[in-house]
Design a protein around this ligand. Sequence first.
Ligand code: NDP
Ligand code: OXD
Length: 314
Amino acid sequence: MQNLIAFAGQIEETEKCHWISRLSKKIPLADIIAVEDLTVDQRDLVEIAIVANPDPETLSVLPNLKWVHSVWAGVERMIEQLADQNLMITRLKDPELARTMAEASLAWTLYIHRNMPEYAKQQRAKKWKELPYRKASQVTVGILGLGSLGARSAEVLRVNGFSVHGWSRTEKQLEGIRCLSGDSGLSNLLCSSDILIVLLPLTNETRGLLGARLLKSMKKGASVINFARGPIVDVAILEDLLDTGHLSHAVLDVFDEEPLDPSSTLWSHPDITILPHISAPTDMETASEIVGANVMRFLETGELPEIVDTSRGY
Ligand code: NDP
Ligand code: OXD
């Protein structure tokens, strides 16, 4: 009998059909069926699921599930909510995703560096005023997280002339980047960064990491870009620091609750740019290629790709 793979995702029906159709072409050794369309008997046969940020609860109908391959890079909800199911989880590692994120890091860094938020305000006030120009080389961009996405972003920013510092759990060596780790490395990065980009996974250690003490330790006039996950940054403190002028601007792509509630004060804050979680969308074509190859290798040889370390949380 053909292998049976479940597909789960909190996405629109047509998008789900596209995923299943693309993945089916890449994985000819299996039938891929949306989890909600599996019969009760079929549910027992499923050992592999491919998921697009599903409500982890939807996977609880699969009693023999062993391996979950995500088409998203962040898998914190699955790690947290499926902890007692002892699952192996593989997250998406895709050079195209890293390229897209590096593009976003460059785009929003330039937005801040070239004073676009301030010039937009001046235009609304019909104000003609030249703001001081600094070269990119005089601007330090600090990146929290030097994994697949952070390292590529660091490289692109360096090539575009910025002075780049990066922080990770284990110390890295990246050409032309000042690589830091540990508490002192974090303090160092925060007090020297003009623009801070958050590209950490959400784990027990990073949840609430950027709270009052660390945000206040940032350089006066610095800006924050959060592309990672909402709960890493305390946005109430961030709003206070923007209000007092200690920080200049924040670009927020991710939030504690998504979509961001219309009643949130963040929407209308003059110094906050809101993005609807779009800094690096998964590319269906390249992701299907990568996930398909990983699953085929497993079906043919039993060899698994990199598995998330659930005790570490990423
Ligand atoms: P990786 O796992 O490749 O990299 C994570 C980085 O964070 C690593 O450098 C790691 O250190 C570092 N890190 C983790 N925990 C700590 C810690 N406690 N202290 C210091 N450093 C730490 O992840 P990716 O780069 O692929 O993705 C990062 C996150 O980006 C995802 O988890 C997801 O939340 C988010 N994302 C957002 C998207 C969007 O559109 N907004 C799209 C895709 C991802 P080390 O290298 O030592 O392990
Ligand atoms: C992801 C995301 O984790 O889009 O892939 O946030």
